[in-house]
Design a protein. Sequence first.
Length: 442
Amino acid sequence: MARSELTGTRIRERRLALRMLQADLARAAGISASYLNLIEHNKRRIAGKLLADIATHLEVDYTELMQGADQALLETVTAAGAATGLNEDALTQAEGLIRGFPSWAGLIANQAEQIAALERSVDALNDRLTHDPALAEAMHEVLSTVSAVRSTASILVSTPEIDPNWLGRFHTNLDEDSRRLADGAEAMVSYFETQARRGPGFLAPTEVASAFLDSAQHHFPTLETGSETDVKALCAEGPEDANARTMVRTALLQYLHDARQLPMQILRDAILDIGVDPLVLAEELSVPLDCLMRRLAALPPDAAETADIGLLVIDSAGAARYRRPISGFALPLVTAGCPLWPLYQSLARPHYPVQSRLTLPDGAVFDATAIALPATRPRPGTPDVLHATMLIQRMPAKSLPVTRPLAVGVTCRVCVRTNCTARREPSLLTPAPDHPKTDTAF
């Protein structure tokens, strides 16, 4: 079914035909502009009173907008089936399921969305357990103390006759280690209680900074023609955490530099002329590819391409430095993503762009363009500091060849693919480890 038959696309086309701003329609319908943007790009299903209200404000019959309402549901149900391994014949039955049993189809779609949300939560918890320094220190203290207690107890049990002086020392050590163990366990409990009181919104500085950028949808109008004074003003409105504010300042200064190098209006005019192929745009506009990709990720929220673009920037160690999320393609905030992503391939060949068409376990297809470039000026006797940037696009770039997509995941910890030669650890979502047999020695 063509994209033009989707309800959200019909709403957007009608709004543009009336020369109505997205913000004005959202205000009239009683919803946020960001939510309407998701609807118009078919990221949220719409029906009932809200669809009727929007139809009224668009001066169009309710049924005209509703003709493609089942398409988003069809895509979700089909993706859910593909993620569980259903064959092509079974997937073709999804439309019949929706027509004959719409309530059951809706239930499947809702459960698929819940599963996806749970997978993201598992990934976030894995990040926290792996990289949270406070938790890691507390865990190390507890495990070290347990080992000391066990060693002392083993000596006492295996040695029937011990000199009284040594026995007293062992008892003292056992008492002190037991107290350390109790203190360590109490510290861990206190840590988790503190996090719970702060709520799920309080995370590591990287997460706090990312949340601030997400709230602005990665577009800052005042910096398009602004100065460092505007950066300072935005930081003052940003996170209270000092470390997170430093990260935000770094991101905003980069934004300011990119805006001066490539004004947004010039970029949008070029997109209208030649499309959203990053390699073609970078060459046409004579700007570095990483700058071009960052500017694409900073498109205004009302731009048609915004919902179909994601960005991830990492350093040479694989740690995320900047992240603009995209629906359907989870980007890690702390841990490394799938080793097969072109993002990591680009680090092996700095200055050379890498493009790939990627397919996720649920069948979704994205185009990815990546390049690794020096982040600082090279200095004699010091290694290059590289930053790799990857742009993810939901809609295929016209210049990319139609090739078989590369099967990838999000991160090994929550990837359901089996027999993957790049897997570095077992998945939490598979019943047993699925490391392939290789000749690699560790």
